[in-house]
Ligand binder design. Structure first.
Ligand code: ADP
Ligand code: MG
Ligand code: MG
Length: 499
């Protein structure tokens, strides 16, 4: 693929691009018709809007930008215009969100299923083993979580050839961008209100995005269920977080709309400042905690010492509502995703046949590495597969030639390590030319998109208080890059234009 930059705010060379960029089925704009001056005007307005409305991240070139709010800010990377997406597929993804919420809850209650499914992974993956140890401890003391809160994001790609909307993964911990995705939607609507006539686009075709509002609402509801008016919501954050404004958006809406206070602490701080009262109350720096909201703790990097693991265990043992609990966290692992895709497994957790069929339709091909036929095929045709370890946060998967090499190595070295990975069918979404904005510069490139649908689930014992789809996240990335991390620098935030 090619990637080209032009000077600040110059989306130049459109003419030359015309011959190179095929206008795919998914292309929103006929780029032949887009006037370069117009693109520059829109880009300028978009950058101003982002700065004024908090569509921001820490600038990695500014030293304190990950620690101190208000220092070294830059607009979050975004696409200049929304990506077109079929309305029926979007509706389908929204429709299954509450079913996935329920599925996670049901799976989380089956401690044996979680332990058994991950038992071999445990032997070869230290991180998963530590999570499972905490889970075992909770099983031993028969810990019951009456109030269960899930803030999930189910991610999909639309496979071009089959037209199937296939699930990439289901995130049950630290589902990011509820704040910034809501803003990108607003930005795009705003741009189309002003430039829609000239572009031939209608701002009303961009569905509303209430992710931040609904996430804050369900956090507030969980806080209410906990029923201690003096308690706070604890945001567990990484010591350095350039995506802090996405998180501050949630805290801000919680405060302003619901009058709920949040405190931010790292795992290390929670270890020093946290204590457990005999009745199970979690105190952090003397304040009772109603809800623990994790925006850290999903990667081994977050646990550099025993101190962080002690903090995780302390919180798990407490009566605070955990988002997620250790069992919700484990239910979102790739291994469990693969186990759920096996025949007759969904049936163990869901009762409604239509729900089961809808969920199953989203499943791509998923296999354990014990399936020697698939492994042979993947060695033969590695580009058709992606290999995934039990990790979160992007940048961990294995693609292409590396799939072949890794599988051949594992074949030689014995089968123990097999259980660290799953194999997944590679999904190929359609490629469209897109304007990507990063660091105040507009790039044009071939791009593919991944749609995330947020879901919120809250129950107290038998009473389901909330089970809803809540807004969406579109991420668009240069098609030549395998991974789609916005923070990692490959992708931009986007919204959708229904077709
Ligand atoms: P993580 O939990 O680290 O985000 P993912 O399973 O979401 O792990 O994989 C990271 C990225 O890799 C995705 O955002 C997507 O861009 C790409 N990816 C993952 N699985 C597939 C797949 N089956 N087909 C195509 N791309 C994939
Ligand atoms: Mg993930
Ligand atoms: Mg992902």
């Amino acid at each position: 693929g090619f990637h080209w930059k032009v000077g600040t705010l110059k989306c130049g060379r459109l003419r030359e691009m015309e011959t190179e960029v095929g206008v795919g089925a998914n292309t929103l704009l006929d780029l032949h018709g887009v006037d370069q001056d117009l693109v520059e005007k829109i880009a300028f307005d978009a950058l101003v809007w982002s700065s004024l409305h908090g569509l921001l991240v820490g600038d990695k070139t500014a030293q304190r930008s990950g620690k101190v709010p208000g220092v070294g800010m830059v607009h979050a990377p975004f696409s200049l215009l929304p990506m077109s997406f079929p309305e029926n597929q979007f509706n389908m993804a929204c429709e299954v969100a509450p079913i996935f919420n329920e599925l996670v809850d049901r799976v989380s209650l089956d401690g044996k299923f979680l332990q058994d499914s991950l038992s071999r992974t445990k032997k070869v993956d230290v991180f998963t083993a530590r999570l499972l140890d905490i889970h075992s401890k909770m099983l031993e003391i028969n810990k019951k979580e009456d109030i269960r809160l899930g803030l999930h994001r189910s991610d999909y790609m639309l496979d071009e050839q089959t037209k199937l909307l296939l699930q990439i993964e289901l995130n049950t911990i630290s589902s990011s961008f509820p704040g910034l995705s809501s803003l990108v939607t607003e930005l795009h609507r705003n741009l189309l209100i002003h430039y829609g006539d000239q572009l031939g686009l209608d701002s009303k075709k961009i569905p509303g995005n209430t992710a931040v509002k609904q996430f804050a609402e369900v956090l507030a509801k969980a806080w209410t269920e906990y029923n201690n008016p003096r308690a706070v919501v604890l945001v567990v954050a990484q010591p350095e977080e350039r995506n802090m404004y996405d998180q501050h958006w949630l805290s801000s809406v919680l405060k302003e709309r619901h009058n709920v206070t949040t405190i931010r602490k790292t795992l290390a701080e929670i270890d020093t400042e946290g204590e457990l009262l005999p009745d199970g109350t979690l105190l952090v720096s003397g304040q009772a905690v109603a809800v623990v909201y994790f925006r850290a703790g999903y990667t081994p990097i977050d646990y550099p010492s025993e101190s962080e693991w002690r903090a995780r265990l302390l919180m798990e043992q407490s009566s605070a509502v955990k988002c997620p609990s250790i069992s919700y966290h484990l239910a979102g692992t790739k291994k469990i995703q693969q186990e759920l895709a096996k025949p007759n497994v969904l049936e163990r957790f869901l009762d409604n046949k239509e729900d089961i069929a809808k969920v199953r339709k989203c499943f791509a091909g998923l296999w354990s590495l014990d399936d020697s036929e698939i492994v042979s095929h993947a060695i033969e045709k590695p580009k058709l597969y992606v290999m995934k370890p039990q990790r979160e946060g992007g940048g961990n998967n294995i693609y292409g030639e590396d799939v072949r090499e890794t599988l051949l190595r594992l074949r030689k070295e014995g089968f123990e390590e097999n259980a660290a990975y799953i194999l997944m069918q590679m999904i190929f979404p359609s490629v469209s030319p897109t304007f990507l904005m990063r660091d105040g510069i507009c790039h044009k490139d071939h791009a593919i998109s991944e749609l995330g649908i947020y879901g919120a689930y809250l129950r107290n014992k038998e009473k389901v208080i909330m089970n809803e789809q809540c807004g969406y996240l579109m991420r668009t990335k240069v098609s030549s890059s395998n991974e789609g991390g916005v923070a990692a620098g490959f992708a931009v935030l986007d919204s959708i234009y229904l077709t």
